[in-house]
Ligand binder design. Sequence first.
Ligand SMILES: [Zn+2]
Length: 440
Amino acid sequence: MMPSWLALGGHFLRARWYFTRLQGPALRAYQERRARAIVRYAIRHSPFYRDHFAGHDPREWQTLPTTDKQLMMAHFGRFNTRGVSLQAALGVALRAETSRDFRPTVRGLAVGLSSGTSGHRGLFLVSPEEQAAWVGTILARALPGFRRQGYRVALFLRSNSNLYERVGSRHIRFRYFDLMMPPAEAVAALQEYRPDVLVGPPSLLCLLAAARTAGTLAVAPSKLISVAEVLEPHDQERLAASFGVPVHQIYQCTEGLLAVSCPQAALHLQEDIVALQFERLAEGEESPRVMPIVTDLWRRTQPIIRYRLNDVLTLDPRPCKCGSAFRVLARVEGRCDDVCYFEQAGGGLRLVFPDAIRRMILLSSADIRDYQAFQVRCGQLRIHLDTASAVDFDRAARAVRVQVAAALEQYGCRPASVSVECGLVPQSADRKRRRVQRLG
Ligand SMILES: [Zn+2]
């Protein structure tokens, strides 16, 4: 499974070069060429795509029928181009999750299991060549510039796809830390490893920041990289202040590597890796909120073509100072599944995005250290607050009620049923943190 160094180096150089050079008509032509090639390949090698695209002109890839996670999982064995059955892939993935040994592969392919509510988990197969491409690109785009003495990178991930340890070299060393590790153990291991770059979900990075403040962790990384969960602005500020270094992001999911922060901290879409089409949620927004349709331009083992992703993103229309023409995301708003609903005063329903709920809560009181919000049914909201004391909680709870009521009134909604509770609901370390969740 060792990706070839030559392939990896090639992808590294390609990623560095394309990031600033590929723009305008050349970028469009490049995407067009790659997308057509991947569609041709999928039609030849994936029975699912052959049927799905039957009767359509494959050259008009931008208007081919869409796919999504439900379709992919329902047709898994015919969707991938290697004829790997769902049972075989799922067996390897589930055994790895329980044994925490992520080495086993199926027909030489690494298997990944994406998180999601039960029944909504995605399964993906990756070949060694695809791994090399991914690592080369990540190294080129996410790590700081060349440094003579190299880097030690600490990766905190839900599961190890057996990739990172194998790409270590004299210049870049990786160490994988299992997110399931007890926090005290993780702190001790990290203390000994002294990483230069710290990669992990923001919930874990915040735990490490707290250990740093408490004086139990004395590492001084030169960069933090947030992965796997939505990085909320207040966490980003808190982390940057605690470690005194920039916090960058890698936004990727089962469906592909979608965006990486540049040296200016702008989150650029990886337009040489994925071609993204967008559906707007509303017209006339200055920074449009969109849902993406993803076409991965490279992956052949499990082609991702015109795939509807359930995330809500906000685009930043301004060009970035770093010189890359790749478009910029202002924010990843969250899973579409977590959009909350409220009744409008004049009838009908009003959608309120997780980001708006977050702002209602955090802007109401400086006493709030952390929060969660759950919606079980339309027009209802259960909010949990973490505050320093009971007195703070009472004050914050009152402020939150006032702020939520005012915001909903501004949106033209009927008054909602809002309960505020003291303390957070514990969440397991192997689940993604979602502060705003719709449960109903
Ligand atoms: Zn930039």
